[in-house]
Design a protein around this ligand. Structure first.
Ligand code: SAM
Length: 405
């Protein structure tokens, strides 16, 4: 049991992935002994239903100068965020001198479009390297962690925000109460706080257990977000399901009574009830499915090794750290993992120490099989790597179950 970071209730554990490293820290050869490990386990609050990690990793170990996740790396995500920005420009940012703040703007993938439209904006991004890329593109960015005190300072210098946006970031912040108090402080009276994050409903339905890693502290539902919003003086007024990153929900919060809640909120909560999403038996069933997938994946990779097949990984993603460490996949089963991020190349995967190579290594000498660790970008990657299948190569995926295609 641990204490809920949202409401102080008792959090009861339902799944344990054991000892895990920082998912986005790739050690150089020889520096393996310096890695930080923690116990990765998730539980659910018995009071407010929020699903969350049992143990917190210090934020400075994850979000550092050399944080290697660049949002603009995916064409699908570039398009998604350009559309998001255009939607804000056409709806919420039409008044006199509008102002938008993005929490976790990363390399400026969304704010670039806002900047090009000449609209007042500010990104708050603690990871110096990615923030530097945003700044180089002309995006106004503050290299800090967003919390209550940051919000107060922004309000003093820039005034209230019509939109506060956070993508794949709010679920990364254990001290979420401070963030929500900050949002309340900074938001204009009729402003909106919009955030999108992986959805627990999709994670349970697809057994996408690799969504659980150090950076993902919370796993939201419409019900848990509605309760959390009310606790911090905000109201959930809209939800929208998104296909990106394996299934997300975009939540819109306002000050209470500022907007009429859309019917989509009650509909999604009813769907969650029908899925029995927050019931203990469902979460225990999820944990049992996770173990089954681990056993199937290890059995398949062991068989392929014994048959003398070559197997590599595709995408040294943060989420793959959960898979490789939980399943103990080392170089005995996976020769190397290829990735497009230069900062990961030449390094080792966290915890399991598989070499990371450029994608060109994969393209110049196709293996027999590739485990698609970046399964959430499957369409984009399989289209780009059409030659692999044409040469007889096969993809291995493990969400929602182990499959060769
Ligand atoms: N918004 C981008 C996207 O959706 O692609 C980036 C998502 S990335 C997974 C999470 C980002 O949140 C990182 O760039 C990290 O540095 C940032 N972050 C973590 N804690 C934060 C905080 N308290 N305030 C602002 N950004 C934070």
């Amino acid at each position: 049991m641990s204490e809920c970071r949202v409401c102080g209730g008792a959090v009861r554990e339902f799944v344990d992935f054991g000892r895990q490293p920082i998912s986005d820290a790739f050690p150089a050869a020889g520096a393996e002994s310096e890695e930080y490990f923690f116990r990765l386990a998730a539980g659910q609050c018995e009071d407010c239903t929020m699903v969350q990690l049992m143990e917190e990793v210090p934020r400075d170990l994850m979000f550092r100068q050399d944080y290697p996740y660049y949002s603009s790396g995916s064409a699908v995500m570039r398009k998604h965020f350009e559309q998001t920005a255009r939607r804000f420009l056409e709806t919420e940012l039409t008044g006199p001198d509008p102002f938008i703040v993005e929490i976790g703007c990363n390399d400026g993938v969304m704010l670039k479009t806002i900047k090009a439209a000449g609209v007042r904006h500010l990104g708050v991004e603690p990871s110096g390297g990615v923030a530097g890329v945003a700044a180089a593109a002309g995006v106004r960015v503050m290299v800090e962690f967003f919390e209550e005190e940051t919000a107060k300072r922004i309000r003093e210098t820039d005034g209230p925000a019509n939109v506060i946006f956070a993508a794949n970031t709010l679920c990364h912040i254990p001290y979420i109460g401070s963030v929500l108090r900050g949002v309340r402080e900074l938001l204009a009276d009729d402003g909106v706080f919009v955030f999108e994050d992986p959805y627990l409903g999709d994670i349970v339905a697809k057994t996408s257990f690799d969504q659980i890693y150090d950076e993902h502290f919370y796993f939201f539902t419409a019900r848990s977000v509605q309760s959390m919003a009310a606790r911090f003086g905000l109201e959930l007024v809209d939800v929208q399901r998104l296909a990106v990153h394996g299934g997300e929900v975009r939540y819109t919060l306002t000050r209470p009574g500022a907007r009429t809640p859309s019917p989509a909120v009650a509909e999604l909560i009813a769907a969650e009830d029908a899925q029995k999403l927050t019931e203990r038996a469902t979460l225990e069933g999820f944990a049992a499915n996770v173990q089954r997938i681990r056993d199937d994946l290890v059995a398949l990779l062991t068989r392929l090794r014994d048959e003398g097949k070559t197997v590599v990984g595709y995408g040294a993603t943060a989420k793959s750290a959960t898979v490789t460490n939980y399943c103990s996949l080392g170089t005995g089963l996976i020769s190397y993992v290829c990735d497009t991020t230069p900062a990961k190349q030449g390094r080792l995967t966290p915890g399991t120490h598989i070499p990371v190579r450029p994608v060109e290594a994969f393209q110049s000498c196709y293996p027999d099989y590739a485990v698609l660790f970046a399964w959430n970008h499957a369409d984009e990657i399989m289209a780009k790597e059409r030659g692999f299948r044409e040469a007889g190569g096969k993809w291995i995926t493990y969400v929602p179950e182990v499959r060769i295609s």
